[in-house]
Ligand binder design. Structure first.
Ligand code: 5GP
Ligand code: ZN
Length: 112
């Protein structure tokens, strides 16, 4: 756990969240400021700063999260959805604990 990390605090139960899914490696919860009708975040429980700090040892958790995204999206009623990983300040990342955004549920997402 990283001391100042808001997502580590959510994992530890110190900050509440609206949970979508949890297992020993992964937590998924609804984004506090959704950009679509359904918008949740999928995160590893182990603190990883960003996609840019991932190495070979993270391959398994990245694969697990990637494969969970469509399953959880379907459970949330989405037939189509978008995944997004913001990486680094200039990539729009604000919380420096790796997270996949999964969102959809509106009529049609714009092309970009
Ligand atoms: P980023 O900009 O780093 O890719 O995305 C961070 C996301 O985390 C944002 O969409 C923001 O709304 C969400 N977020 C930030 N703090 C909290 C929180 O305390 N709870 C929840 N559920 N989402 C949060
Ligand atoms: Zn963290």
């Amino acid at each position: 756990m990283s001391q100042d990390c808001i997502f580590c605090k959510i994992i530890a139960g110190e900050i509440p969240c609206n949970k979508v899914y949890e297992d020993e490696d992964v937590l998924a919860f609804h984004d506090i400021s959704p950009i679509a009708k359904v918008h949740f975040l999928l995160i590893p429980k182990r603190h990883i700063e960003s996609l840019a700090s991932c190495t070979e040892r993270d391959a398994e958790i990245l694969s697990k999260i990637t494969l969970l995204a469509p399953k959880l999206a379907k459970e949330q009623g989405l037939d189509g959805f978008r995944t997004m990983i913001n990486t680094g300040k200039s990539g729009g990342q604000e919380v420096f604990h790796l997270h996949y955004h999964v969102f959809g549920g509106d009529a049609q997402l714009p092309k970009t």
